[in-house]
Design a protein around this ligand. Structure first.
Ligand code: ZN
Length: 482
């Protein structure tokens, strides 16, 4: 089983004279000595501090591993709150500005190409995945994870190493929790035991990969989460006020030394484990990022069958519902013109899901003729080519609107009918259909959990994050079947 080891590297709070800046270097050196590849997700503001403090030694030691971007600022969830306050396009612009700036800073400080963008402490918005895609990068710790394994997936057109917080029926491919255990010997032994059980359970569940976050480097020396002191309740406290206020507290030096010794034991345990294959994020992209260039006729037929049988926007084992929707529409238009379904269509990985809620019940229900279905197929293709996202609704010739789910169902029904009867349907029933895959609700809820962060203002409106997050489930597919 592949193991991806990530360390979120944060802390703009602790001053240089506390003497802890070397901690990420110590961790990086332990990995280097043991020959285990690690991935450091660095907050750009933290990278700048290391540079300002002249810690080329720390930067150099970390750079021997993979360096990812862990948002622009430490503290409150800036991307998520910006995205929550705006509709999709404006939210995307705000997130794009922060994340590209963060990527530039981390790239400059470490003199390397960052390997991914990532979410930090509820600072998650679906637009961050879109920016990662624009930068040609995967995303780390996103909520978009596809069943049945909820492992590495595609979401918003790029690979996602998932951080799925809801209960699932399979062993979750994610492990953390050594933060406070490393300096506490009984708890360390107990947690190493839990790690072993987790590995066994993931192997039994046939998880291809386990994402592990052993510890935040700053938790080796800090008792509490520093972000909580940087921006409690969404209010940024000026640094000059920090010394006067209650702080996170620090561990004693012997605790730090014990934590580092136990950390080495953990890395040695990983190196010696017969069933763990530690890989870097670029290696994971090379292994899981190869996608088919086309969708075949049988791929479309089986997906259409599933959607009709389950009466929902069914998730596929390789293709996203957005790719399938475009594939159905193109194929039906070819059939109308040439009398045959194409053997394959190009896979379109660049089209997002809708950004407004589609209607569940069509405005005018009844029957739609074959020409009506073709009109909807054509409308879906023109909209998605122009806007690079699926339409929420499409209009019938009389002007009444049909939601994307109902359109998807009409296209899937037509495809099945043509395959099985070699002719187009005369008329199809136009009726209600879910507006996104069923899992969308759960994925949206994870974005909405931002409301319970202690780093946002009370009464924050998280409805856009919920809506945008769930609707992008149209772009969800597992990526471990390669
Ligand atoms: Zn973090």
């Amino acid at each position: 089983m592949d193991l991806i080891i990530c360390h979120d590297t944060e802390d703009v709070y602790t001053p240089a004279n506390a003497g802890f800046d070397a901690v990420p270097m110590r961790l990086a050196e332990i990995y280097s000595r043991e020959g285990v590849p690690a991935n450091f997700m660095v907050i750009a503001q933290r990278a700048q501090l290391l540079k300002e403090r002249g810690r080329e030694d720390v930067i150099g030691a970390m750079r021997r591993h993979s360096i990812g971007v862990h948002t622009r600022w430490d503290g409150m969830p800036y991307d998520a709150t910006e995205a929550a306050a705006r509709e999709w396009d404006e939210g995307l612009s705000a997130v794009r500005q922060m994340e590209t700036e963060a990527c530039d800073i981390v790239g400059q400080v470490f003199d390397t190409e960052p390997v991914c963008l990532s979410a930090h402490a509820l600072n998650a918005a679906p637009q961050m995945h879109v920016v990662a895609r624009e930068l040609g990068l995967p995303f780390n710790y996103g909520y978009g994870a596809a069943p049945p394994l909820f492992n590495i997936s595609r979401y918003c057109g790029t690979l996602n190493l998932p951080f799925y917080t809801r209960p699932i029926s399979v062993e979750k491919p994610y492990f953390e929790g050594f933060d406070d255990a490393l300096s506490d010997q009984p708890e360390f032994e107990a947690h190493l035991e839990r790690f072993e059980q987790k590995i066994d359970a993931c192997l039994a569940a046939k998880q291809p990969m386990l994402l592990m976050h052993p510890c935040h480097p700053f938790k080796i020396y800090s008792l509490d989460w520093v972000d909580f002191y940087v921006s409690p309740n969404g209010v940024t406290i000026p640094p000059e006020e920090w010394p006067r206020r209650r702080g996170p507290g620090q561990r004693a030096w012997p605790q730090v030394e014990l934590a580092l010794r136990n950390f080495r034991r953990l890395v040695q345990y990983i190196r010696r484990h017969p069933h763990l294959n530690p890989i870097s994020i670029p290696e994971a992209v090379a292994k899981y990022g190869n996608l088919p260039a086309v969708i075949g006729r049988l791929d479309l037929y089986s997906a259409a069958q599933r959607t009709c049988a389950l009466h929902e926007v069914a998730l596929d084992d390789r293709f996203t519902p957005a790719e399938l929707a475009i594939g159905f529409a193109e194929s039906l238009l070819v059939f109308a013109k040439e009398g045959n379904l194409p053997e394959q269509v190009a896979r379109d990985n660049d089209c997002l899901g809708p950004t407004d809620d589609p209607l569940i019940t069509p405005e005018d229900t009844g029957q739609v003729g074959w020409q009506g279905v073709l009109g909807l197929a054509d409308g879906l293709l023109s909209f998605s080519r122009e806007k690079r996202r699926l339409p929420a609704n499409l209009a019938l010739p009389g002007g009444s609107r049909v939601g994307l789910g109902s359109v998807y169902h009409l296209l899937a029904q037509s495809y099945v009918r043509i395959v099985e009867q070699e002719q187009a349907p005369d008329r199809l029933d136009l009726w209600r259909f879910p507006r996104q895959p069923r899992l969308g609700h759960e994925i949206g809820q994870q974005y909405a959990d931002l409301a319970e962060s202690q780093m946002v203002e009370p009464n924050i409106d998280i409805s856009r994050l919920y809506r945008h997050g769930k609707l992008q489930t149209w772009t969800l597919a597992p990526a471990w079947r390669t």
